[in-house]
Design a protein around this ligand. Structure first.
Ligand code: SF4
Length: 412
């Protein structure tokens, strides 16, 4: 990894050793911004609606956590493998919440902190943005800060669905914001859609997909509505009530059909379906998110941010005030810390790896973990749930929408 003689543009690690970036492992950085303008009815994330006066102190703490991460981890009992110190950061993902609410100068400080305290060769810097928050001034400042990818919370092109879900934007905001981003030079835009919103029908879902294809984003994520106690809409559905248009939520069969329609429409429009919920034009799969499914290392900063070092997983405290208090006091508020066993790492290889439609290399996994997976896969191959081609195993085409069933079987 170390080179022999220095030249212009050479990079050194924290121990002063010169690095050859081409030979280094890559590292992803995730930054969580847990603030929103309002709470969407279906939202089960730990985000809050707070005064904008709390944004700057929060960003100070995130930058402080980035600057002092090595010392903070050590004090919290987290042992970063040496390979991570010598990794090159190639992706940053600023998610939320609604990070596009922050002053662009705050976002710039975060990106600059990563550049300053890590060896960074940034290929993909993503900002999650809600359409109504996008202005020409902000978009220009984002590009100047180094942001080159925007993940857009579109969710639907149908105003009745957006209104029922408590979203702040409307269809025309999506068109306006997409035009601004293109004008500012953002050449990599991702749109999120949700299948299963209240008032959604087969026709309105098709309309959202067709509108999306017309706007030609480089990347698309399609999520199914999650029904659980964590959201106002979810708990209303579970108790059989009708607030938040809970009675107008499509059933499971309709949702499965919507997913299949998305697969058809996006496939015909030239998008590659590379992960259960994600499609990209060739060359536009999310470099950052691929790290999650490939079990590559990433460090998360901010309240509720998750990290993975290859051997340990941990998460910061979800409560933003608790996070700010702890970081201000010089302490990392770790909420969960898990040292992975060989068995749990193997489960992750299967569970996360098979989310990628390209499949997993079973030969590599068997060699690395010293196990044989033949009997586990034989059952699923026989049932037609997965297909095997030599060392490659993947979800069978047409079975992706029942992937949860496959995962349950696989873990038996
Ligand atoms: S914008 Fe996103 S994070 Fe914020 S409340 Fe809505 S769904 Fe939740």
């Amino acid at each position: 990894m170390a080179k022999l003689s220095a030249g212009p543009g050479d990079t050194f690690n924290r121990r002063g050793i010169m690095l050859d970036l081409r030979e280094m492992k890559t590292l992803g950085i995730y930054v969580q911004v847990p603030f929103c303008q309002t709470k969407c009815t279906y939202c089960n994330f730990h985000t809050g609606v707070v005064s904008s006066a709390r944004f700057a102190p929060y960003v100070n703490c995130v930058c402080g956590e980035i600057a002092g991460h090595w010392r903070l981890y050590e004090a919290a009992g987290i042992a970063l493998p040496a390979a991570i110190a010598d990794s090159v950061v190639d992706t940053i993902y600023i998610g939320g919440g609604t990070p596009s609410l922050l002053d662009p100068a705050h976002l710039r400080r975060i990106v600059d902190a990563v550049r300053c305290y890590f060896v960074a060769e940034l290929m993909e810097v993503t900002l999650e943005a809600d359409p109504e928050t996008v202005t020409e001034e902000k978009a220009a400042a984002w590009v100047a800060a180094g942001i080159n990818r925007v993940s857009f919370g579109v969710q639907s092109f149908c105003d009745a669905e957006l209104q029922a879900a408590g979203r702040m934007h409307r269809r025309e905001d999506v068109y306006r914001a997409a035009g601004i981003l293109r004008g500012a030079g953002i050449a990599n835009i991702s749109f999120d859609l949700i299948a299963g919103l209240p008032k959604q029908t087969a026709a309105s879902w098709r309309e959202s997909l067709d509108s999306l294809v017309e706007l030609a984003p480089e990347h698309v994520s399609v999520y199914l509505l999650e029904v659980d106690e964590g959201s106002r809409l979810g708990s209303e559905i579970l108790r059989g009530g009708n607030r938040y248009s809970a009675g107008d939520v499509p059933g499971d069969d309709a949702m499965a059909e919507f997913y299949e329609t998305a697969c058809g429409v996006l496939g015909r429009a030239g998008y590659e379906h590379y992960e259960i919920s994600n499609w990209g034009r060739p060359g536009f799969a999310s470099r950052h998110n691929l790290k999650y499914w490939r079990r590559e290392a990433y460090l998360g900063f901010g309240a509720g941010a998750h990290s993975f070092s290859g051997t340990e997983r941990w998460a910061n405290a979800h409560d933003a005030a608790e996070y700010v208090g702890a970081i201000t006091a010089g302490r990392l508020p770790v909420e969960q810390l898990e040292r992975l066993t060989a068995a749990s790492a193997l489960e992750e290889e299967l569970f996360l790896g098979l989310r990628q439609l390209g499949g997993i290399d079973v030969g590599r996994i068997e060699r690395e973990y010293g196990v044989s997976l033949d009997s586990r896969f034989a059952r699923l191959t026989f049932a037609g749930l997965i297909e095997r081609e030599g060392c490659l195993v993947r979800l069978a085409p047409g079975r992706v929408s029942i992937s949860n069933e496959v995962f349950v079987e696989l873990m038996k």
